[in-house]
Design a protein around this ligand. Structure first.
Ligand code: KG4
Ligand code: ZN
Length: 361
């Protein structure tokens, strides 16, 4: 074992058994370059996000190589910004955390390489974080007393799952998507409707003036007892509908298509998530991931919770989409499993509940 890793392991043991822990975290898995400084997993001292949305908009989606190049250009400045908001210097942090997967490989590598260099230079432990665990942990920032167990609906651009979070870092998957992620389907339909990237917020905005009951989309798995999702049938039906309407002269209200499709996706998410809470005798449904910024999803969750007599929690909007505060929070709760070595890599296909590999020495 390298001297650095040996020292890191000792330091992590001290941090876990000590008092206050301040973590500086980096997030570069997609098109947000982010750094945050968070105390004890819940108190955000500094949070800096440079979003590349405007850059990727002209291409209609994220261009991986352009994302990586912009992470390289911006990562130092978000780091300086987060520290200056926190009013501390590099000597004030106890550990460095970084998203090591899932995500775009080149984008992840920029954050991993920067965090490794920083951790080694400062001689501080390096804590690897699963991006999806980060999304779940965003809730610990918003709800200062929140502790597992709870049922969590995780919905991002690439992942859709219902988890029973039994303890920090312990999950039982109750349902997942058999094909597209919810965010992916929403982004696709937004694109077919000619809306700007990112699709989810654009579709939500257009849907405000639409009729959510104008069009029906197939609800699959009717009568089946599992809690999995499928969005690809819904997506294909929507694409076919838009083509048919365009062929008929395009004299239709895009608002109605947007509202109906959004309603179908969000209803399906909430139906299965609340059923999971009921089956598990849960009392809390926690939402996580970029799609949980959606107001229709939040409204449906609150309505369903009212009927079931359960609590619904979701992060503040700025912690729903990609940010590094959630990564620092996840690192605080997972550091007991030990630090990573300097061989840490990027793991683009890491699953929603996979533990982070620690790299080699
Ligand atoms: O969690 P996230 O920021 O990045 C990933 O880890 O993928 O999620 C991005 C996804 C995209 O599909 C985006 O369109 C969707 O979240 N999204 C929304 C909203 N804001 C972001 N979907 C619906 N309504 C929104 N307001
Ligand atoms: Zn994300």
């Amino acid at each position: 074992m390298s001297d650095y890793l040996e020292r890191s392991e000792e330091k992590v043991k001290e941090l876990v058994s000590g008092d206050d822990v301040t973590i500086m975290a980096f997030e570069t898995s997609c098109d947000e370059t982010a750094c945050a400084v968070v105390k004890n997993g819940r108190e955000v001292l500094g949070n800096s996000v440079y979003t590349q949305i405007a850059i990727h908009r002209e291409f209609g989606g994220v261009v991986p190589e352009i994302a990586s190049r912009n992470h390289v250009a911006k990562i130092s400045s978000v780091a300086e910004d987060a520290l200056s908001q926190a009013g501390i210097g590099y000597d004030g942090i106890d550990a460095v955390a970084v998203t090591c997967g899932p995500g775009l490989v080149g984008a992840l590598l920029t954050g991993v390489a920067f965090a490794k260099g920083l951790a080694f230079a400062l001689d501080k432990p390096l804590i690897p974080v699963n991006h999806m665990e980060g999304h779940i942990s965003a809730n610990y920032i918003t709800y200062k007393d929140l502790e597992p167990p709870f049922i969590c609906l995780v919905v991002s651009g690439g992942h859709t799952a219902i988890l029973n979070v039994t303890a920090h870092g312990s999950y039982r998957e109750l349902g997942t998507t058999r094909d597209d992620a919810a965010g992916e389907a929403v982004d696709k339909i937004a694109r077919v409707l000619g809306l700007p990237y990112p699709g989810g917020p654009s579709l939500e905005k257009l849907a405000i003036d639409g009729d959510p009951h104008k069009y029906e989309f197939p609800r699959v798995f009717k009568g089946e007892t599992h809690l999995d999702f499928s969005f690809s049938g819904m997506k294909t039906a929507a694409i076919n509908l838009i083509r048919k309407l365009e062929q008929k002269g395009g004299n239709y209200r895009k608002e109605d298509v947007a509202a109906s499709f959004q309603d179908a996706v969000m209803s399906s998410l909430i139906r299965n998530a609340t059923e999971a809470v009921r089956r598990e005798n849960g009392t809390k449904l926690v939402l996580a991931g970029g799609v949980c910024a959606n107001s229709v999803l939040r409204k449906k969750a609150l309505e369903a919770a009212g009927e079931l007599g359960i609590e619904v929690l979701f992060p503040e909007l700025r912690y729903c989409t990609d940010n590094a505060a959630m990564i620092a929070s996840a690192a605080y709760f997972s550091m007991k499993h030990g630090p990573a070595g300097l061989g840490l890599n990027a793991y683009p296909a890491m699953g929603t509940t996979d533990p982070c590999p620690k790299g080699t020495e």
